[in-house]
Design a protein around this ligand. Structure first.
Ligand code: C2E
Ligand code: MG
Ligand code: MG
Length: 577
C-alpha cells in the first residue's frame, strides 16, 4: 500500500500556503502524493466533477463558502471522499462541528506541514478503502465477484420502482445450470467453483452494462433487464444465454457439455413485487427443466409457446431466404377495355419443406416486425425484375410487373438507391415496374413522400393497394405522387349483394378518374362483379375468375379468358394502364 499514490485535492485560497503544503507532501519522504490545488469552492467542485480524489484537504476559510458550507457542498458532490478540514489554531468550535458533520479529521493550520497531516491523510484513505471493501463484501458473491442474493433483491426492488414509475416493463431471468451436482461430484468442488466463476463471466458478457447479474444460489443466477419492452426480446436474450452456456468452458476440463434452464417473468404481467416475480421466474425455470432443460420458459406458458413458435419461424425464415425457399407467383391483370393481359402482380410464397406452400399472411407480418422484411423485400424486387426482364427478352409477356411494398421498406433510408441499383443491374426499364403500397400503411410523412417521389423519378408507376380499407380520402391521395388505386377485394366481393358496396365502387371509380388516377378492381371472383366493374368504367381487373396467381413458368403459356367488350360503356383511361 505504501507504494500507492494518494490523490489529494487541496482547497486553499492562499497561493503561497498552497505551494508550501504541496511541496511538503510531494517532496517529503512521507509517501507518494499527487496534488491538485483549487483556489475556491467553485473550482474545487468543478474539479470533483471531472475526476475523483482519495482525499480532500479543505483549508478554512475559503472565499466563496462561509463557515463549514464548503464541507457540506463537497460532501454533496462526492459523499464518499474523505475531507480533512484545516482550521485556524484557535477555532476549536469549527473543528468540533466539522468532525460532527462527517469530516474525516480536523487539523490546525500550523499542523499543515507536519507528520500529523501525513498521518491524517493515510488514516482517512485507509478507512475509506476498508469501508468500500466491506460494502463490496456485503453485496458481493466472493466466488464469482457478482452481486449476491440480498443485494440482488434490493436492486430488483429499485428497478421495479423505476420501471413502474416510467410505466415500462422489466424482465427477470432465473438461470440454473442443469445437473450441476454432476460437475461437483465428478470433478470436485474446486473445479465446480471455477466453472461457476466462468459461467458468471460468460453471462456478464451477454448483458448490457446496466443489467443486474447476480449469483443467487449455488448454481443459480438472477438477471434483471429493464426496458425489455417485448416478450420476444426477453425470449431472444434467454435463448442466447442458453446457447452461450453450452459452449465448452475452459475451466471444465472434462469437456462435459453444460446446459442451463432459464425461467422468465415479466413485470408487471407476472407479478408486481420483487418476491412474486422472483418466485414466478423460478417456477418458470422449473418448467424449462421439466421440458428437458437447456431452454428458456416463460412464467406465462401461452406467451412462451407463441413466442417460441415465432422465434423458430423467424430463424427458419432467415434460413429460407438463404436457401431459396421463397418463390414469387404472378397474378395477371386484365385490361377491361381490350380483354388483354396488361400486367402481373408478383405475390410472394414460402415453399416450406414440411408445411407446404405458405401464403404471405403466414410469414410477412413477422418479417415486418423483425425487420427481416427489408432483406425479403429486396429479394422479391430483385426476383420480379429479373423475371420480367427475362420475359421481355423473350418477348412473351406484356405490361408491367407489380411488386408490393411494405412500409418499413419505404422508410428505409437506402430504399430508392437500392431500387435504382436493382433496375440497373437487372437491365429492366423503370417503366416496366409498378409498386403497390397498401392504403392503410401510407402515413403522410415526409420520408415516405420523398421515397415515392424518388421512385416516380425512376419511371416506376405507383398504385395504392387495398383502397377503401384506410381512412384516406381521394383528395388526399391526389396530393401523393401516385398513378392508380386498387379497390379493395371487400368492396368487389360486396358487388354481388350489398347496395353499399356498389355505391362505393361506383363513386371511387368516377372520383379517381376525375383526379386522373387509373382504377383496378381486385379479387374479382364472379362474372357479375366483373360485369359491374366493366360497366362502370373500371380500367383493370384482377381475380380468381380471370386467373389465380401462377408460378413463373406457367405465365408464358397462359392466355386471358374472353372478356366481352362493351362499346357502350367504354372505360375512360386517364392514365396509361
Ligand atoms: P394484395 O397485394 O392485395 O394481393 C392480392 C391478394 O389477393 C393476394 O393474396 C391474391 O392471391 C389474392 N387474390 C387474388 N385474386 C383473388 C380473388 O379473386 N379472391 C380472393 N379472395 N383473393 C384473391 P396473397 O398472395 O395471399 O397476398 C396477400 C397480401 O400479402 C397481398 O395483398 C399483399 O398485401 C401481401 N403481399 C403479397 N406478396 C407480397 C410481397 O411480395 N411483398 C409484400 N410487401 N407484400 C406482399
Ligand atoms: Mg397488391
Ligand atoms: Mg390488394
Amino acid at each position: 500500500m505504501a507504494a500507492e499514490t494518494t490523490k489529494v485535492l487541496l482547497v486553499e485560497d492562499d497561493p503561497s500556503a498552497a505551494t508550501r503544503t504541496t511541496r511538503w507532501l510531494r517532496d517529503g519522504p512521507r509517501g507518494r502524493y499527487e496534488l491538485a490545488v483549487a483556489r475556491d469552492l467553485g473550482s474545487a467542485l468543478a474539479r470533483l466533477r471531472e475526476e475523483s480524489f482519495d482525499a480532500i484537504l479543505l483549508a478554512l476559510p475559503i472565499p466563496d463558502a462561509p463557515g463549514l458550507e464548503g464541507l457540506a457542498r463537497i460532501q454533496n458532490e462526492d459523499p464518499k471522499v474523505p475531507v480533512i478540514v484545516v482550521v485556524e489554531p484557535d477555532d476549536f468550535g469549527s473543528a468540533e462541528t466539522a468532525v460532527e458533520r462527517g469530516a474525516a479529521d480536523c487539523l490546525r493550520s500550523d499542523e499543515r506541514r507536519s507528520p500529523a497531516l501525513a498521518r491524517s491523510l493515510r488514516y482517512a484513505v485507509e478507512r475509506r478503502r476498508t469501508a468500500e471493501r466491506l460494502e463490496f463484501l456485503t453485496r458481493c458473491d466472493p466466488l464469482t465477484g457478482l452481486t449476491n442474493r440480498p443485494y440482488f433483491q434490493e436492486r430488483l426492488r429499485e428497478s421495479l420502482a423505476r420501471t413502474s414509475r416510467a410505466e415500462r416493463t422489466l424482465a427477470l431471468f432465473y438461470v440454473e445450470i442443469d445437473d450441476f451436482k454432476r460437475i461437483n461430484s465428478t470433478l470436485g468442488h474446486a473445479a465446480g467453483d471455477a466453472v461457476l466463476a466462468e459461467i458468471g463471466g460468460r453471462l456478464r458478457r451477454e448483458l448490457r452494462p446496466y443489467d443486474v447479474l447476480a449469483r443467487i444460489g449455488g448454481d443459480e443466477f438472477g438477471i434483471v433487464a429493464e426496458d425489455v419492452s417485448e416478450a420476444r426480446d426477453a425470449a431472444r436474450l434467454a435463448q442466447r444465454l442458453c446457447e452461450v452456456l453450452q459452449e465448452p468452458l475452459s475451466s471444465n476440463r472434462a469437456g462435459a457439455r453444460l446446459t442451463a434452464s432459464v425461467g422468465i417473468a415479466i413485470f408487471p404481467f407476472d407479478g408486481n413485487d420483487a418476491a412474486t416475480l422472483l418466485r414466478n421466474a423460478e417456477l418458470a425455470m422449473y418448467r424449462a427443466k421439466r421440458a428437458g432443460g437447456a431452454q428458456p420458459a416463460f412464467f406465462a406458458p401461452v406467451l412462451g409457446e407463441r413466442i417460441h413458435e415465432q422465434l423458430a419461424l423467424e430463424g427458419e425464415l432467415r434460413r429460407a431466404l438463404a436457401a431459396g425457399e421463397l418463390v414469387l407467383h404472378y397474378q395477371p391483370l386484365i385490361d377491361l377495355q381490350t380483354g388483354r393481359l396488361n400486367g402481373l402482380e408478383a405475390l410472394v410464397r414460402w415453399q416450406h419443406p414440411t408445411r407446404g406452400l405458405l401464403p404471405p399472411a403466414a410469414f410477412l407480418p413477422l418479417a415486418e416486425k423483425t425487420g427481416l422484411i427489408v432483406d425479403v423485400g429486396e429479394w422479391i424486387l430483385w426476383t420480379a425484375c429479373t423475371q420480367r426482364r427475362a420475359w421481355q427478352r423473350d418477348g412473351i409477356v406484356p405490361g408491367r410487373v407489380a411488386v408490393n411494398l411494405s412500409p418499413r421498406q419505404l422508410h428505409g433510408d437506402r430504399f430508392v438507391p437500392t431500387v435504382a441499383s436493382i433496375l440497373e443491374r437487372t437491365g429492366l426499364p423503370g417503366a416496366l415496374l409498378e409498386m403497390e403500397v397498401a392504403e392503410d400503411l401510407l402515413v403522410p410523412d415526409d420520408i415516405g413522400r420523398r421515397a415515392l417521389t424518388g421512385l416516380r423519378k425512376l419511371g416506376i408507376r405507383l398504385s395504392i393497394d387495398d383502397f377503401g380499407t384506410g381512412y384516406s380520402s381521394l383528395a388526399y391521395l391526389q396530393s401523393l405522387p401516385v398513378d392508380a388505386v386498387k379497390i379493395d377485394q371487400r368492396f368487389v366481393a360486396g358487388l354481388d349483394g350489398d347496395h353499399g358496396s356498389r355505391v362505393i365502387v361506383r363513386a371511387v371509380i368516377s372520383l379517381a378518374h376525375e383526379l386522373g388516377l387509373a382504377v383496378v378492381g381486385e379479387g374479382v371472383e364472379t362474372p357479375k362483379q366483373l360485369e359491374f366493374l366493366r360497366e362502370h368504367g373500371c380500367d383493370t381487373a384482377q381475380g380468381f375468375l380471370l386467373c389465380p396467381p401462377l408460378p413463373a413458368d406457367e405465365v408464358p403459356s397462359w392466355a386471358p379468358p374472353e372478356v366481352p367488350a362493351d362499346p357502350e360503356h367504354g372505360p375512360r383511361r386517364p392514365a396509361e394502364v
